[in-house]
Design a protein around this ligand. Sequence first.
Ligand code: PMP
Length: 330
Amino acid sequence: MATQWTEKIQLEPTTTQKVELPELAYYRGRVVPYADARIGLLTHALNYGTAVFGGLRGHWNEEEQELFVFRPLDHFRRFLDSARLLRMDLGLSPSDLWAGLRSLLREQGTRTDCYIRALAFYGDETLGVRLHGLTPDVSIVALPFGHFVANDENAHACISSWQRISDNVLPARGKIAGGYVNSALAKSDAQLAGFDEALVLNDDGHVCEGSVENLFVVRGGAVVTPPVTQDILEGITRRSVMQMLRQDLGVEVVERPIDRTEVYLADEVFLTGTGVQIVAVTRVDNRAIGSGRMGDITGRLRPAMAAVVRGRDPKHRDWCAPVFREGATG
Ligand code: PMP
């Protein structure tokens, strides 16, 4: 049953966010009606947060009448790494997961920008906090998806009073469902206090990332971002942006810890992520960043990224995996 999608919803990061449920899902190795993929109240992952997820995006290219998924194999590699942290052996390769996603998108007839949520979770209906002796399930759903952040050209962020989870507490390097309560605490408190986003400090007091984005600051012409040992998610957009800055824009990128006050004194601050793409942060804690308007590097990067993800930049065409035609695999 193929469903033709039209632009149905705009996801906004508000507390009243509504999502129109899809008709289909990839679940336990097959494409099934979404309504048939049910879990019970005692599901381990629901009770203890023992799930990992992946967030990918598909971008519709009107000229080519093609949907491009951005770096699916890299996303699924990280997904499998996250699963390994929870002792899950999914018995699937990144290519298997991409094949499953592709069959879902094809059967669904997804011909619009979309957000893709892959989930691996302990589906056992059982009690007992542990990670062994349990069986993981895998699901993937794809939702029509427009613009994620309303204020992506001049976001106002705060430094959160919530500290980032550290590697020896709950590894931020993996997309572990339970760990996202930390992001949710930071994000809600920021938004309910009138800010657009929260920046979180890690255990040693360095600014490490946003609630669901990686952080970059520009100081003296160089772009600085925390290394992966600073309790950050190893972002796919982060990695892509670092390569584009170095190779395409000829800008120096340095990976090192970032002090809180360096953020206040930065010329530019921007955040990167699959959902948000690239967000210009122009104020932090009611202090203007640089001129208080989106800076030069952020301003160049945003349209460059928008072209890349839609398959319009030949230099990075290999990051874009086509759904409907046969060919590159991401
Ligand atoms: N940090 C966190 C905590 C995130 O949840 C995300 C979103 N996945 C990111 C950074 C950005 O990662 P990516 O570019 O792979 O989406």
